[in-house]
Write a protein that binds this ligand. Structure first.
Ligand code: PBG
Length: 313
């Protein structure tokens, strides 16, 4: 435990502050003083589509502040982090994950199946666009951007019939009330690492790293996210690619018939995000808990065998 306050860096959005607050409270409960430092990122300042601004728009400024010693800890939405490791930075903790599924917010309490053909559904995510189009419901999927409140506002104002958002983000800002349907991963696989946080420290600051690891790290979440991100990396796809993945701890039987915990992974890769035709590939696999990385890589290999390489290029 440090005598001085640990400085936790965060983006300034309502969502980011809520996420950082959960980590700060855990540290304070353990008797550690903390100070929250807001860092503005190019992703916050630009209104261009995320796919155009590039990888790491929300995360690189925070990582810079960490490396420059302006802060001691960086808290990110894990799904916004590029898959490439950053020299000098340690993944100190992966806290317990929120519900990773996507959620529909539709007018008049409607579910996806109840939206009439021609309904206008907003999402900025190529992954969500592709999976929505693949349902074949005749939905008119249009790109949107903006923070959670802005997106909800486009439905309440009548501008859009519905939007799709991460349930986890809505939970963290206390807006679960607006959800009209939580989407089944069979139809809509979330982004790799959706609902999870990444808590980073400097590699030379082992004390802070160990403190966070002992207080907020969750092994099951770490394994699940590792499998999902290994799949994403092996597909050589970034955080704005039309790729979804969800790993879950499931009960399975070992060779002697005893109940064991294993890691199940489902994946999706898609194309046709720009046009109307959608091609979508889905696959799943299961492995031992400690084989998360190879599970992710082998599911990626299976998707590539099925033709995902062509889809993503
Ligand atoms: N790309 C923006 C972003 N980054 C993290 C979340 C939500 C929280 C999470 O998934 O962990 C969101 C908003 C959304 O996708 O609806």
């Amino acid at each position: 435990m440090s005598e001085n306050a640990i400085r936790i860096g965060t983006r300034g959005s309502k969502l980011a502050l809520a996420q950082t607050g959960t980590i700060a409270r855990k540290l304070e409960e353990a008797g550690q003083r903390v100070e929250i430092v807001t860092v503005s990122t190019p992703g916050d300042r630009s209104t261009a589509p995320i796919a155009e601004i590039g990888v790491g728009v929300f995360t690189s400024a925070l990582r810079e502040a960490l490396l420059n010693k302006q802060v001691d800890v960086a808290v990110h939405s894990y799904k916004d982090l590029p898959t490439a490791a950053e020299p000098g930075i340690a993944l100190a903790a992966v806290p317990p994950r929120e519900d990773p599924r996507d959620a529909l917010i539709a007018r008049d309490g409607l579910t996806l199946g109840e939206l009439p053909p021609g309904s206008v559904v907003g999402t900025g995510s190529p992954r969500r666009m592709a999976q929505l189009r693949a349902l074949g419901l005749g939905l008119d999927v249009v790109p949107i951007r903006g923070n959670i409140d802005t997106r909800i506002g486009k439905v309440t104002s009548g501008e859009l019939d519905a939007v799709v958002l991460a349930r986890a983000g809505l939970a963290r800002v206390g807006r679960l009330d607006v959800i009209t349907e939580t989407l089944d991963p069979i139809q809509m696989l979330p982004a790799p690492a959706q609902g999870a946080l990444a808590v980073e420290t400097r590699v030379d600051d082992v004390d802070t790293e160990h403190l966070l690891q002992s207080i907020v790290d969750d092994e099951a979440t770490r394994a699940a996210v590792a499998a999902e991100r290994a799949m994403l990396a092996a597909l050589e796809a970034g955080c704005s690619a039309p790729v979804g993945a969800l790993a879950e701890v499931v009960e399975d039987l070992d060779s002697e018939g005893a109940v064991v915990e294993r890691l199940s992974l489902r994946g999706v890769a898609a194309t046709g995000v720009e046009g109307d035709s959608v091609r979508i590939l889905r696959a799943s696999a299961i492995a031992e808990m400690q084989e998360a990385d190879s599970l992710g890589r082998s599911l990626a290999a299976e998707l590539l065998d099925l033709g995902a390489g062509a889809l993503l290029r």
